[in-house]
Design a protein around this ligand. Structure first.
Ligand SMILES: [Zn+2]
Length: 73
């Protein structure tokens, strides 16, 4: 798979990534598998992973300011 920005090679990475859920709620997803470009740093989250991310984020209480969610593959 190629980077859609620069055409570089995408590599599988595991990273932590913040998602803003509302004006005051941020969830940090730990151990998230992504594809990252080795050249420009652009990253891609694959559709099956994104679906799981959506499901995990739906469970986060919007009254919480910061939630840390572990992504279990
Ligand atoms: Zn790139």
């Amino acid at each position: 798979m190629k980077c859609h920005v620069c055409g570089g090679n995408l590599e599988s990475q595991v990273t932590d990534m913040p998602f803003k859920l509302s004006t005051r709620t941020i969830a940090i997803l730990k151990d998230l598998p992504v594809l990252q470009c080795g050249r420009c740093g652009e990253y891609v989250i694959e559709d099956p992973v994104m679906e799981k991310v959506d499901a995990l984020l739906e469970k986060v209480d919007n009254a919480t300011e910061l939630e840390i969610v572990r992504f279990a593959a």
